[in-house]
Design a binder for this molecule. Structure first.
Ligand SMILES: Cc1cc2nc3c(=O)[nH]c(=O)nc-3n(C[C@H](O)[C@H](O)[C@H](O)COP(=O)(O)O)c2cc1C
Length: 169
């Protein structure tokens, strides 16, 4: 019995390690062929996003069918990366697995600023960033199923007026 448990543990560990290696290799290929197309958010944009509560996030399946949900459990890892905790994702998780793209919109009525952000997502069910998400979920006794780590690639001005829709980063 103990041997069986050890074998199961070992097989799971082995599969996870192989998946991590493949993912790292794919990221490396992506970097070599496409370059690092991440963009840094300015403080102005960061402040507008931080004030947006809850934050709407949009995804799409591989036919292009859109889906939008609110998230409250998330944080900036740095000025080009957002970590979102998957506690209850269903269609969102399915979409991210088949099409790892995500868009966010935020509006701050005080400053009358609005921004759209688009990026590519690593949907992680293990590893350091997953553990970070899990710790955040545990603190609220929520499931913490995965971490959706958004690498920001595009930023647009989204407030009404002459600059609406203009790409700013
Ligand atoms: C205010 C609010 C905050 C939410 N925060 C989160 C969150 O941080 N993480 C999460 O997984 N779901 C969160 N949800 C649930 C999702 O919005 C959504 O219901 C869930 O992803 C299922 O929808 P889907 O099938 O389109 O993914 C929140 C919902 C609301 C209304």
């Amino acid at each position: 019995m103990e041997n069986d448990q050890f074998l199961i543990f070992f097989i799971r560990f082995f599969i996870q390690t192989i998946r991590s290696i493949i993912k790292t290799f794919m990221n490396l290929l992506n970097y070599i062929f496409n370059g690092d197309n991440m963009v840094k958010l300015t403080n102005e944009v960061l402040e507008v996003i931080k004030k947006q509560k809850p934050l709407p996030i949009a995804t799409a399946d591989n036919t292009g069918k859109p889906n939008v949900v609110f998230v409250g459990m998330w944080k900036f890892i740095d000025d080009e990366t957002i970590l979102i905790v998957d506690n209850f994702f269903k269609k969102t998780a399915d979409n991210l697995k088949m099409n790892p793209k995500l868009a966010i919109v935020a509006y701050d009525s005080e400053s009358n600023k609005s921004y759209q952000i688009k990026g590519t997502v690593d949907y992680l069910e293990n590893g350091d960033q997953y553990q970070e998400a899990k710790t955040m979920a545990d603190s609220k006794k929520l499931p913490g199923k995965a971490a959706a780590v958004v690498h920001i690639e595009e930023v647009y001005d989204a407030v009404y007026g002459s600059h609406a829709g203009e790409r700013i980063a």
